[in-house]
Design a protein around this ligand. Structure first.
Ligand code: NAP
Ligand code: ZN
Ligand code: ZN
Length: 348
């Protein structure tokens, strides 16, 4: 059966609440799989975009790029997946496939730009619609396999939050003997703590308050410090090899750079809506690096899922019915999430 119109939750215009609607899905092509979506995580990026905080949003918008489901149909040329397979889709559904980054498996940095899972135009010029929906049609090369050891609801957030932390932690060598700080214990941050700990690093959480300290230590952190306490910044100066900031609001770069050792790196993955400023002495002294990182490629996303399955690292989730999505957005904005909302797609 090819689906043409599917149920979804969409923001009809910028800043409007999400409401139930239907959106088109293309017929299953030669290399496509039809996925029956089971769960979709709510990423803070969904909120930035549905409220047009990054600008140039395409409406109506169906957010959702943390998608876990089951293959319901395959095109005649599909070789990787069969009906019934457990699969995931993350932040992009296509790329040019020929540039140096695509060939290297870093499709997220495609020279022509990756095709976003939603809030984008696909290569035929049609808008893409994300995972707050019942079904999705995607090229098999842009889906990943979810290992049996990971429950689908706990796996969904790994498709963005998991890979967004796994990729820089691997790239900057988080592991035994390394002191790693994760700034912000939200959706991304809590996966960062779990993954950095599983990689063997000594993990510190830098959170606004000590409210979630017990959770942070349970998730794998050795230390938990409040950024509202000025002593945190004096006592931890020059301590870390790597700091990953997940803040959705502008980060005080100079303050966090001062916490790095010589040659340490501050990697920012948070995507605030306003620009930030920097005193260059913060990087000159200590030969420090300020970097950013965006999700991860398809092969690395598969590697991350396999790693998480092996180490039993699902996301900590609160499963909600789709009609609670607007309330969930508000709770994420208020840092009131432990640690990812996941929509049960059967309620759409
Ligand atoms: P989230 O669940 O809301 O977590 C962000 C955390 O930041 C909060 O839980 C909170 O943790 C902390 N925070 C500190 N100051 C805050 C403030 N004034 N207001 C609100 N939160 C504050 O968000 P997320 O889904 O992890 O996403 C975080 C950011 O990463 C977003 O900007 C998102 O768009 C971006 N993102 C980037 C990528 C990428 O590829 N680079 C991928 C996905 C998402 P504490 O209470 O512990 O301080
Ligand atoms: Zn995301
Ligand atoms: Zn490319």
């Amino acid at each position: 059966m090819s689906v043409t119109q599917v149920a979804a939750y969409a923001a009809p215009s910028a800043k409007a609440p999400l409401e139930r609607t239907t959106v088109p899905r293309r017929p299953v092509g030669e290399h496509d799989v039809l996925i029956e979506i089971k769960y979709a995580g709510i990423c803070h990026s969904d909120i930035h975009q549905a409220r047009d905080g990054w600008g140039e949003g395409i409406f109506p918008m169906v957010p959702g790029h943390e998608i876990a489901g089951v293959v319901a149909e395959v095109g005649p040329g599909v070789t990787r997946y069969a009906v019934g397979d457990r699969v995931g889709v993350g932040c992009f559904v296509d790329s040019c496939r020929t540039c140096e980054y695509c060939l290297r498996g870093q499709e997220q940095y495609c020279v022509e730009g990756m095709t976003g899972t939603y809030n984008a135009l696909d290569r035929s010029g049609e808008p893409t619609y994300g995972g707050y929906s019942t079904h999705l049609v995607v090229d098999e090369n842009y889906a990943v396999r979810i290992p049996d050891a990971l429950p689908l609801d706990q796996a969904a957030p790994l498709l963005c939050a998991g890979i967004t932390l796994y990729s820089p932690l691997r790239h900057w060598g988080a592991g035994p003997g390394k002191k790693v700080a994760v700034v912000g214990l939200g959706g991304l941050g809590h996966m960062g703590v779990k993954i950095a700990n599983a990689l063997g690093a000594e993990v510190t959480v830098l959170s606004q308050s000590l409210r979630k300290q017990e959770d942070g230590l349970r998730l794998g952190a050795t230390h938990y410090r409040a950024t509202s306490d000025p002593a945190t910044f004096t006592e931890l100066a020059g301590t870390f090899d790597l700091i990953v900031s997940t803040l959705a609001v502008p980060v005080d770069l100079d303050r966090y750079l001062a916490l790095l050792k010589v040659d340490g790196a501050l990697v920012n993955v948070g995507a605030p809506e306003e620009p930030v400023s920097l005193n260059l002495f913060s990087v000159i002294t200590g030969r420090r690096t300020l970097a950013g990182s965006m999700i991860g490629g398809i092969a690395e996303t598969q590697e991350m899922l396999d790693f998480c399955a092996e180490h039993g690292l699902g996301a900590e989730i609160e499963v909600i019915a789709a009609d609670r999505v607007n309330e969930a957005f508000e709770r994420v904005l208020a840092s009131d999430v432990r640690y990812r909302f996941v929509i049960d797609a059967s309620t759409i």
